[in-house]
Design a protein around this ligand. Structure first.
Ligand code: FAD
Length: 444
């Protein structure tokens, strides 16, 4: 049996290795147009800031590493087209320029996503970057080392924009974030996002919401951004972080079903509409567990699961994906920002009747040094009492609480169950009544 995998990062390499584990005789060929493979995209902002010093630690494996598992990873090979009828891919070797065909029995597409670059005058000027892969990070680092920029503009107030705001501030730049929505972090409710905006202002990061860039100016290198509020901003570094688009253009005309945004439509088994062709990771759709709807939510945590499921099912398995809760977490300076399940915004879109519980409580008992407050906003469905969503902002202990709440939602626990949870307690770790218990109490 011959398997071809397109894309050699989270989704693709997880799928390839699962195929190998299930079938030690399989012929496995992985194509990637990049030369860095199997890297930690999630670590890129820390590599730029210098928190992670060593490039090798974010790109720990190369194609040689996978040879010992008899997985043939061909880097600098771009798949130009998939011929679904004749079960072959058309590939360009980016070093030699040769174009050739390669046949498969099963295909897994894991081509990820690429940053959206808005059509703005001057966007091609030097000093304007996107961040998706290790080479983007290398380019950013090299520019910072060469020109020592001092005035950074981040276009887009999502989590990548905010992580980069911290990185650039740490590297000595003044940072302005602009976001065209009414608040940053548009996936969160605005009351929670505003807490983050206030915190960023405390950290001397300027946040301009409901604002976009009209054009960039500069002679070769960017010097000015003209904003929709009429202001002219002196800039010598710009990051465009306004979201990603699935990398699936090469599938147009292949017969593989795509969503309007270009994501490959997969079922719970990672099957596309074409027999023997699977997709995983940021190039594909996922199910939102709470309503079964197909959504697009590109995350590394999900890409890994999808890759494993695709690999399992490509080798004859029957592993079903339970869907996602869109659980996410990131930090900006000392603040941790996390969410799972529905927000008020998305619950309203689905017509769900919900109640909201808010608490602000220390993460450990206040008698113990270092207690820090966190704010939790939780949603429960009115008729079933089930917890359906949570957002948390705080400096310590947020990771543990969001994972408890994600587990509670996954398991279908009610608000009343939260108070009953038997959670570990000793002063350095929690309080006798944990913030999770308080959520249960205010919502009971
Ligand atoms: P990708 O990582 O995009 O890999 C796809 C690969 O396919 C690429 O190497 C590409 O070169 C290759 N490819 C594309 N088209 C072709 C073609 N036609 N032929 C051959 N090869 C092709 N997620 C989290 O869950 N938590 C985080 O904290 C987090 N932080 C992040 C921080 C940053 C700065 C970034 C950029 C992303 C972050 N993510 C995070 C998202 C996470 O990195 C992605 O969800 C994950 O990398 C997706 O993996 P993937 O394998 O689906 O796609």
């Amino acid at each position: 049996m011959k398997y071809i995998v397109i894309g050699a990062v989270a989704g693709g390499m997880t799928a390839a290795m699962k195929i190998r584990r299930n079938d030690d005789k399989a012929e496995i060929v992985v194509y990637d147009k990049d030369t860095d493979i199997s890297y930690s995209g999630c670590s890129l902002t820390y590599y730029i800031s210098g928190v992670i010093e060593n490039r090798k630690s974010i790109v720990p494996r190369d194609s040689q590493y996978f040879k010992k598992f008899n997985v043939d990873v061909k880097t600098a090979h771009e798949v130009l087209r998939v011929d679904t009828q004749n079960k072959k891919v058309i590939v360009r070797d980016l070093i030699t320029g040769n174009i050739f065909e390669d046949g498969f029995d099963k295909l897994i597409i894991a081509t990820g996503a690429h940053p959206v670059v808005p059509k703005i005058d001057g966007i091609e000027l030097e000093g304007i970057f996107v961040l998706r892969n290790v080479k983007d990070a290398d380019r950013i680092k090299m520019y910072i080392n060469s020109y020592c920029p001092k005035k950074a503009l981040i276009v887009g107030g999502g989590y990548i924009g905010l992580e980069m705001a911290e990185a650039l501030k740490v590297l000595g730049m003044d940072v302005v974030i602009i976001e065209k929505q009414e608040n940053i972090l548009p996936n969160m409710d605005s009351d929670m996002a505003r807490l983050v905006e206030n915190y960023l202002e405390e950290k001397e990061i300027t946040v301009k919401t409901s604002t976009s860039v009209l054009r960039f100016e500069g002679d070769k290198r960017v010097t000015t951004a003209i904003l929709s509020d009429g202001s002219r901003l002196d800039v010598d570094f710009v990051l465009i972080a306004v979201g990603v688009r699935p990398s699936t253009q090469f599938l147009e005309g292949s017969g593989i079903q795509l969503l309007p945004n270009g994501a490959i439509k997969v079922d719970e088994y990672m099957r596309t509409n074409i027999e023997g062709i699977f997709a995983a990771g940021d190039c594909a759709s996922v199910y939102f567990k709470l309503n079964g709807k197909t959504i697009y939510m590109p995350l590394g945590s999900t890409a890994n699961k999808m890759g494993r499921i695709a690999g399992e099912n490509a080798t004859g398995g029957n592993l079903k994906f339970s869907g996602i809760l869109a659980t996410s977490i990131f930090k900006v300076f000392d603040l941790t920002v996390a969410q799972t399940g529905y927000t008020e915004k998305t619950a309203q879109q689905d017509g769900i009747e919900y109640e909201v519980g808010h608490i602000t409580k220390p993460h450990i008992t206040t008698a113990y040094p270092g207690a820090e407050k966190m704010t939790i906003k939780a949603l429960a469905e009115v008729y079933s009492r089930k917890i359906i969503g949570a957002q948390i902002i705080g400096t310590k202990g947020v990771d543990k609480r969001i994972d408890v709440l994600a587990t509670a939602i996954f398991a279908g626990l009610t608000a009343d169950n939260l108070f009953q949870l038997d959670l570990g307690y000793a002063p350095p770790f929690s309080s006798a009544k944990d913030p999770i218990h308080y959520v249960g109490m205010v919502m009971s």
